[in-house]
Design a protein. Sequence first.
Length: 358
Amino acid sequence: MKCCPYCFNDDAISYYVEGLSNGTRGTCDFCGSSNALLYEITPYCELANTFERLFTVIAPSESVAPDRMISGCGPLPEVFASTWKIFNFNSSLVLRFLCEMFGSEEWFKRLQDAEVVISPGKGERPLDEYSIFGSMDWSNFSSQIKHKSRFFTKLAHVDVFEDLLGAARSTWKKGHPLFRARIWTKKKDPVEEDFHEPPESKASDGRMRSAGIPCIYTADTPETAAAEVRAGMHDIVAIATILPLHDFEYADLSVLDDISPLANVDCSRLVANRKHLRSIVTELTRPVRTSDSTLDYVPFQYLSELIQQFGNEAIGYPSVMHREGKNIACFAHFNGMFELHSIKKYRVDELAYGLHEF
């Protein structure tokens, strides 16, 4: 049987299947897409070798202690599909898909005949050993570092966080613009120095940096930059377009809860931490009000310094002020990382409000 890139809602897998296809087009046996690039599934195909690692966290329910399970038991195709969320077809076709690859394997037959569960390492070690927070969760960790131990609280398993973060690394290309904004009330025109990082003596607490540690907060569009400085109606906003002097690596926290199982990441660590990663992204996307305490920044300030230690030059995270926008917080000094392209002034002529009853 033949599959196609449209069979999957995971971009990494779709691109992979597209690359494996030999250019043959036709109707897909699984999702029914027409004129699609086709790839034939066989027991020893390259895609089977890739998919086999996804079974390293699936075990018969009777073989795993309850405190080492992540999800309740169920039939193999349903558990596989709901865990990895990579298919664009129903669980009955998932079984056919998997059988084409592994139907003759004894280990697969045992899973197919049993009720299965998700368990990192198939239950050989306690769940805490795979978790970035150990026995805590994001809420416990956040409370601990804000209110109990500021300088000695740390992740239980830094190596696990580094492994998972590696799957969320991205590259911002040299010359690809970023933007910084200032609400402009001065009579003189803005100059480049107005968009440099603040001096250490004036660097205030921010989401990704503690007071006294400068950071260059940038945005991916002029609109995002203006929204982030909370420009109001009829405000004049000065926006600098700045260009990176070199490619730089950044950790894109906005995709932490959407890491592909085909990324270069340990599957046991991934399933054990999905709840934690979702909590981090949820907290990142929570709007920060001017009345909020700077204590709320502390957990991310810790993570930011840790991420820098991993060799990243910046952190990407979703803008809460401009939907679909992204912020890039850069650790280096302006003069070593950017050059100024232009500065323009704008008047805010329109604002849109969305209301949510709670």
